[in-house]
Structure formats: structure tokens, C-alpha cells
Ligand binder design. Structure first.
Ligand SMILES: C[S@@+](CC[C@H](N)C(=O)[O-])C[C@H]1O[C@@H](n2cnc3c(N)ncnc32)[C@H](O)[C@@H]1O
Length: 224
């Protein structure tokens, strides 16, 4: 092999090694959050809005247990079809507001149509960025997430950044699948409750309540 071709081979090898290292880092990074798109709206509407889901997801009981007050502003991050958002809108009444946020425009459109059909004038929906729900400071009483926490990347930073949007006494409510069950998404897609507790503590929150209402989910309330 000539000196020139030896040098070219070396450069190409080093380049490939750099690329491979990048891929490994990406994989490690992604293993902290489930990267999944929810852009097949028809498919996800069937799953999220399946009437059978009410039996184990108990949306009315969950919202009742959250003790929302009339006039509260409640934000549903990763609201999907608004399966919970419509219940939240009813709970806070016409003087309150329920805001359904999602990164998928199709989901947001679905929520907007649903709010119109149900004549819920206090129910709004909007598209948000993956790393920022763009909430104004001191504007929110309760941030709610069901089955969405594990989809968010860089959660300590994310929840640290949303903290100023909470009014005094504001709460973050996390409902997500218990990891050690075969129900729901595959186990490696689910996030253990203790990880949520550790991360939220790092993000500056304290656990104020846990609810034993659901068979397949933990249901945690955090304050600042
Ligand atoms: C498993 S679904 C849950 C939907 C809804 N909360 C429910 O319980 O039916 C997760 C939703 O979160 C959305 N999502 C994922 N990452 C997000 C992010 N960073 N910010 C806002 N929404 C997100 C997805 O598009 C999807 O609609």
C-alpha cells in the first residue's frame, strides 16, 4: 500500500469510528425517553378513546382525586386526543381553563374539534415544542401528564424550566404505567416510579401525595 492510500485508509477509519461513537451516544441518550411518534391519528384515537380503557384508567375518579377548584388553570402536557383534558375542563368549570398540549398537530386538531363538539369553551389545545410547553410565568395551577412523562427528553431540565409557570401552591401530577407489569407498553418503554421521584426531586419538586387508585399506574402529585 502506498503512503498516500495508507493515510486515506486511516482518515476514513477514524471518520467511521467518530460516526459510530456518535451513534452509541445517541442510543444511550434515547434510552432515557421513549422516542415514538403519534402521527397516525386514526390508530391512536382507537387506542386512547377505547371505551374499555375507562375501566382501568378511571378518568373521572383520577380527576376527582386531583381536587381541582372552579377557576383553576390546568395544563395537560402530551394530552393526545384529550382523553383527560375534557374531564379537566369540566372539573375547573367555565371560570377555569383546561389547556391540552401536544407535539402532534393531528392530536391538537382532534382536541379542538372535540372541545367544539362538547361546547367546552374553556378547553383550548395547542401544538408545543418537544422541549418547551411555553407556559407564561405564574399562570398555571396544575400541570397534568398521563402516560407522557416517559416520552419527554431531558426531564430534569424540562420540569425545572416549567416550574416558574406554576402559581403559588401549584402542582404537577404524573400518572404513568407501573414498570413491573406486562400490561400496557413493553417494560423497557416504561419508567419506574422511583426514577420519576428522583428526577422530580432533582428538578426542584417535592412529593406531596401518592394515590392508590389505579391498578396499572402510579399517580403522583408534586409541589414546589
Ligand atoms: C401515550 S400518549 C398519552 C396521551 C394522553 N395523555 C392519554 O392519556 O390518552 C403520549 C402523548 O404525548 C405526546 N408527547 C410526546 N412527547 C411530548 C412532549 N415533549 N411534549 C408534549 N407532548 C408530547 C405524544 O404526541 C402523545 O400524544
Amino acid at each position: 500500500m502506498t503512503r498516500v492510500s495508507l493515510r486515506s485508509t486511516l482518515i476514513v477509519t477514524v471518520f467511521i469510528l467518530i460516526l459510530l461513537t456518535g451513534c452509541v451516544n445517541q442510543q444511550e441518550y434515547h434510552s432515557t425517553a421513549t422516542q415514538q411518534r403519534f402521527d397516525d391519528i386514526e390508530l391512536w384515537v382507537k387506542r386512547f378513546e377505547d371505551p374499555e380503557r375507562d375501566k382501568w384508567q378511571k378518568p373521572s375518579e383520577v380527576v376527582k382525586a386531583m381536587n381541582l377548584r372552579p377557576g383553576d388553570v390546568v395544563v395537560d402536557i402530551g394530552a393526545g386526543t384529550g382523553y383527560f383534558t375534557r374531564h379537566l375542563a369540566v372539573a375547573v368549570g367555565p371560570s377555569g381553563k383546561a389547556l391540552g398540549l401536544d407535539i402532534e398537530p393531528g392530536m391538537v386538531k382532534y382536541m379542538q374539534e372535540d372541545a367544539r363538539k362538547l361546547s367546552l369553551n374553556n378547553y383550548e389545545a395547542r401544538v408545543v415544542k418537544t422541549d418547551d410547553p411555553e407556559l407564561a410565568p405564574h399562570s398555571v395551577d396544575v400541570i397534568f401528564l398521563c402516560d407522557t412523562y416517559h416520552h419527554i427528553e431531558n426531564r430534569v431540565e424540562y420540569f425545572g424550566n416549567v416550574s416558574p409557570s406554576l402559581k403559588p401552591g401549584g402542582r404537577v401530577v404524573v400518572v404513568d404505567f407501573i414498570k413491573d407489569t406486562d400490561f400496557g407498553p413493553p417494560r423497557d418503554h416504561k419508567m419506574a416510579e422511583k426514577v420519576v421521584l428522583e428526577e422530580m426531586k432533582k428538578a426542584g419538586y417535592r412529593l406531596i401525595k401518592t394515590h392508590d387508585l389505579l391498578q396499572y399506574h402510579y399517580f403522583l402529585e408534586f409541589g414546589k
